[in-house]
Design a protein around this ligand. Structure first.
Ligand code: ADP
Length: 186
């Protein structure tokens, strides 16, 4: 099964993806994690994207599509991928559909974690205090939310039209959200 975890920054996608990796043996494909790893390694890619992430902007579609394409065989071998933070634009969604189709695969389900902006802002303020991720500072986070609303939210009708979209309440405890997610995947 190939699953997209969908939602605004700090909705809990990474937390739930890691749980599914443990319970179902699926592979988590987080473009945010891949980009941060590139920055940490000091690679050419890392140098290219560092300022973009720090500003809360999106890196180019070309970069993230290539990162994902590289990892598809591994996910396929494991029996499925959890896409976390990808796709974030309609062009990325179309590229993903095309890459999967070429491999005789498809997206089976898109689960949207619904969390209101006030709760997101509070979560990020806490994460910023604890972990100090530069793009979690309150001003940059506002920009990330705006980018989500402008560029990523338009994917909802794209997947709804394909009949793949399921919405769950992302405001509860981690366990409550996990339960709702299991229900959505059953
Ligand atoms: P979040 O905590 O918002 O879920 P991520 O870890 O998914 O954040 O992503 C962090 C940053 O990495 C984004 O703000 C963006 O700059 C970049 N990024 C991650 N995934 C993508 C993508 N699919 N397309 C473009 N940029 C991306």
């Amino acid at each position: 099964m190939n699953l997209i975890l969908f939602g605004p920054p700090a909705a809990g996608k990474g937390t739930q993806a890691k749980r599914l990796v443990e319970t179902r043996g699926m592979v988590q494909l987080s473009t945010g994690d891949m980009l941060r790893a590139a920055i940490a390694s000091g690679s050419e890619l890392g140098l290219t994207v560092k300022d973009v992430l720090a500003r809360g902007d999106l890196v180019t579609d070309e970069i993230v599509i290539a990162l994902i394409e590289d990892r598809l065989p591994e996910a396929e071998a494991a029996g499925g991928a959890i896409f976390d933070g990808f796709p974030r634009t309609v062009a990325q969604a179309e590229a993903l559909d095309a890459m999967l189709e070429k491999r005789g695969a498809k997206i089976d389900r898109v689960v949207r974690l619904k969390v209101d902006d006030e709760a997101l802002t509070a979560r990020i303020a806490k994460r910023f205090a604890e972990q100090g991720r530069p793009d979690d500072n309150p001003d940059t986070f506002k920009d990330r939310l705006a980018v989500y609303n402008r560029q990523t939210a338009p994917l909802l009708p794209y997947y709804e039209a394909q009949g793949k979209l399921v919405e769950i309440d992302g405001m509860g405890s981690i366990d409550a959200v996990s339960g709702a997610l299991d229900g959505a995947l059953a």
